[in-house]
Ligand binder design. Structure first.
Ligand code: NAD
Length: 387
């Protein structure tokens, strides 16, 4: 790529968590430059962020509405090409809709919206405009997750029978939202967060990872959700039994009250011939367990010829030098940048570049949240995922 893709960032103001991660990930491979932003809910802080992100003060806008208006009036070769939406959940929908209306591609945080209805409307808008929309289910960006998907897709494990995915965190074991913690505070309020607490924050990551690796979609579910911390409005603990299309069975649990846990996302997938296991705490390792064979340890490394092309395309350095969370994010950005470039050149987009979650995965995530809540509140044993 000889010209950089121009990006705007919404969110990422002082004290925020994921906006600065997006920024670092976006610029990592040299394909994207940050040209503008509306970084904070406070217009003064937003404008002051020009210095932090080293952009022209003229393009650090007070609000995201102003950003779209002003960027749209710039010449084609100056204005941004895409926007990254890294605000609390309730703003994903209006900001993404406005971006699409103005012709900008979107990278958006999960959960895609705060309701299934909004998600469907957003997906229709993406389809109508034909613009690109990447949803940052970060874990799909890890090279060994891509290797796992590749192995399943070429039937290495045989027909999939069992999928066990778990995402335990401990950071909400106490009423952190009452202590002024910025991230816990808005996540505890349904009007900012949406209906699923732990479900919307990390349950959707687990759901997406299971569907991404196996290519199978959830067909039915049976759920139990809880709020362990007194006074908490939303769930902080989720357990779900799953039935996938084609007959595979699954177990998904995600919790934010597993005291002492960090981000221990783990997935195990078993087919009739073998299984695999991946853990975010050791993300450069993928265990392959074939029937009647010793376990095989597959390792990430750009130089490892036993890995698939797709895994190696999403690696940067030789084995033994670990790549991690920011690199997984960066893979979503790298692929998005290449896809946008091909669109600019009116070329068909290489499918390898489109290997990131989209708004349609976001719709499934919102449906998952609503169906889990419905199942947990109801008395039926199994409920259909669709309908
Ligand atoms: P945060 O509270 O740390 O940051 C939110 C930022 O958005 C702040 O800078 C805030 O000022 C800004 N903001 C709020 N309203 C705004 C407005 N009107 N205009 C411009 N900026 C505005 O939150 P966070 O923990 O970084 O989470 C943000 C989003 O990222 C959430 O949707 C969350 O679910 C998601 N997230 C995803 C991952 C992942 O791994 N993919 C990890 C963490 C968070």
């Amino acid at each position: 790529m000889n010209k950089k893709i121009k990006m705007g960032l919404v969110g990422g103001g002082p004290g925020s968590f994921i906006g600065p991660v997006h920024f670092r990930a976006a610029i990592m491979d040299g394909h994207i430059e940050l040209v503008c932003g509306a970084f904070d809910s406070d217009p003064v802080q937003s404008k002051a962020s020009a210095e932090i992100y080293n952009i022209s003060p003229k393009r650090a806008y007070g609000t995201w509405e102003e950003m779209f208006e002003k960027e749209n009036s710039l010449p084609e070769n100056e204005k941004m090409d895409m926007v990254a939406v890294t605000t609390p959940n309730h703003l994903h929908f209006p900001i993404s809709m406005k971006a699409l209306e103005n012709g900008f591609h979107v990278v958006c945080e999960k959960p895609v919206t705060v309701s299934l209805d909004e998600a469907k409307r957003l997906a229709a808008m993406v389809d109508d405009t034909g613009l690109l929309f990447a949803l940052t289910h970060t874990y799909t960006g890890y090279p060994m997750v891509k290797e796992a998907k590749h192995l399943v897709s070429r039937n290495q494990l045989g027909t999939i029978r069992k999928i066990v995915v778990e995402y335990p965190q401990g950071w909400l074991s106490t009423p952190l939202e009452k202590t002024g913690n910025q991230q816990a505070e808005w996540r505890s309020k349904p009007e900012y967060n949406g209906p699923g607490g732990c479900l919307g924050d990390i349950g959707v990551h687990a759901e997406n990872l299971a569907e991404y690796i196996t290519g199978l979609q959830i067909d039915e579910l049976c759920a139990d959700i809880n709020s362990f911390v007194p006074g908490r409005a939303l769930d902080d603990d989720t357990s779900v039994l799953l039935r996938f299309e084609g007959g595979a069975r699954g177990v998904l649990w995600a919790t934010q009250i597993a005291a002492g846990e960090e981000n221990n996302l783990t997935i195990r997938v078993y087919g009739e011939k073998g299984g695999l296991e991946w853990r975010q705490h050791d993300p450069n390792t993928l265990l392959l367990k074939m029937l009647d064979q010793p376990v095989q340890i597959l390792r990430a490394g750009k130089n490892y010829s036993n890995l698939s092309e797709i895994a190696r395309w999403n690696l940067r350095i030789p084995g033994g030098h670990p790549e991690g969370y920011i690199e997984a994010f960066a893979n979503i950005y790298k692929n998005m940048a290449h896809a946008i470039q091909q669109r600019k050149e009116n070329l068909p987009v290489d499918p390898a570049y489109l290997d990131f979650p989209t708004v349609h995965d976001g719709v499934r995530g919102m449906r998952f949240i609503e169906k889990v809540i419905e199942s947990a509140a109801g008395s039926e044993k199994w409920i259909k995922f669709q309908g």
